[in-house]
Write a protein that binds this ligand. Structure first.
Ligand code: SF4
Length: 387
């Protein structure tokens, strides 16, 4: 059965606060019945506060509304993010005063408060789930949509997948991309050829392995699968293979299986704000130009349906190529525009497929516009006099 995804369009018919995204968030929260569902619940509101001087993460105006709804419903909210980002979140406007409730590091100030879940996947033996997530009885997952250098897209799944785990697990998830072999040294004994392979990559994505003189190491984040390195690598020595790229996406889905597994059925909602979508994730600590037009705000009980809907909506418009940093390259123009940006093996739909396979939700959805844009009409712009 199709899951409902509630959507607030970024478009307005009138210059009226009631038609803007924070007001549409209120409508989405009503349609999700958040207030009716949180009485006496310990609610964790998982966000990403970004880092350094990034300013395109979710503005406190939105978050304060969610916190208020939780309090109105008799819930006890805390806002949470990784310790790495919470420690200076105030410099980006996230404080208890602005949000209306405390903001805490998900696995404690020293990143040592976690619950270990043994669910081996490739090189990951166990998952260190932040204590604040497991201790909560209700989850509100509120993510900002943007590109991501490892998996093409970062949204609701990524917000939980990386953001609910302690630093050791986050690092292991990235490292898992190296689990399946991609460099076969015996097929390339000549150091000059190895250097030529390194030099062939304009993005510095292939480097000398620190531990093996005859080894090459891939920085998968920087690779857009252009294939230049394969043109100089001896046959069979180097693979640019889907299995390495898709490992990160599957690890994200499996991580969400762990975090969502600690909440009873019906005890979570998921939301995405798709505005000012940048090429890479908010961890980078800065905001660059948007590479997709704003697509609005989305909410659902079903994290898979939600992500599918966000990707379908953001996939309706082409990449804003003039806003892509000149250090990046678009060499394919098929599929989702984030695939154009990060390469075909970082197809943003992949993580949604894995999540559905794990039973985390359904890719079938019904999109419900919470405030459809009405017929074009001319109105005056009301003058707001100074006091
Ligand atoms: S495929 Fe292209 S981007 Fe990837 S490592 Fe090779 S040269 Fe670099």
């Amino acid at each position: 059965m199709a899951s409902k995804v509630f959507w607030g369009s970024p478009r307005q018919s009138k210059l009226d606060a009631k038609e803007t995204l924070p007001a549409k968030l209120d409508l989405i929260l009503e349609r999700l019945h958040l207030r009716d569902r949180v009485k006496n619940e310990k609610v964790v509101l998982k966000i990403h506060t970004g880092s350094n001087i990034g300013y395109s993460t979710i503005h406190p105006v939105f978050l304060r509304k969610v916190v208020k709804a939780i309090k109105d419903g008799g819930g006890e909210p805390v806002v949470a993010d990784t310790e790495w980002d919470v420690h200076d979140a105030a410099s980006r406007g996230y404080t208890a005063e602005t949000l209306g409730c405390p903001i805490y590091p998900i696995s404690g100030p020293m990143d040592q408060y976690f619950y270990e879940h043994e669910k081996p996947y490739k090189s990951i033996k166990s998952w260190r789930l932040g204590g604040l997530i497991q201790d909560a009885t209700f989850l509100v997952n509120f993510a900002h949509a943007k590109g991501h250098p490892s998996c093409g897209y970062g949204g609701a799944i990524k917000n939980l997948a990386l953001g609910c785990m302690s630093g050791k697990t986050r690092a292991e998830m990235h490292d898992a991309m190296h689990f399946d072999p991609y460099w076969f040294a015996e097929k390339c004994p000549d150091p000059a050829v190895r250097q030529a392979i390194i030099d062939a990559c304009p993005f510095g994505a292939i480097v000398q392995d620190r531990d093996r003189p005859d080894g090459l190491h891939m920085h998968f984040e920087g690779c857009n699968q252009c294939g230049r390195c394969l043109q100089v690598a001896p046959p069979g020595s180097l693979k640019i293979d889907a299995v390495n790229f898709h490992t990160f996406q599957e690890a994200c889905a499996r991580s969400v299986e762990v975090s969502m597994g600690t909440f009873a059925a019906g005890k979570s909602i998921h939301m995405v704000l798709a505005t000012h979508m940048t090429p890479v994730c908010d961890c980078f600590g800065f905001t660059s130009m948007p590479i997709l037009p704003d697509a609005g705000i989305f909410g659902s009980d079903d994290i898979v349906a939600l992500e599918q809907a966000v990707l379908d909506m953001t996939g309706q418009t082409p990449l804003i190529e003039e806003n892509v940093p000149t250090s990046m390259e678009v060499h394919t123009r098929t599929g989702h525009p984030l695939r154009w940006l990060h390469g075909p093996l970082k197809d943003p739909y992949k993580v949604v497929e894995y999540a559905e396979q794990l039973g985390l939700g359904s890719r079938e959805y019904e999109l419900v516009d919470v405030l459809p844009v009405t017929e074009f009409q001319r109105t005056s712009v009301t003058y707001i006099p100074a006091n």
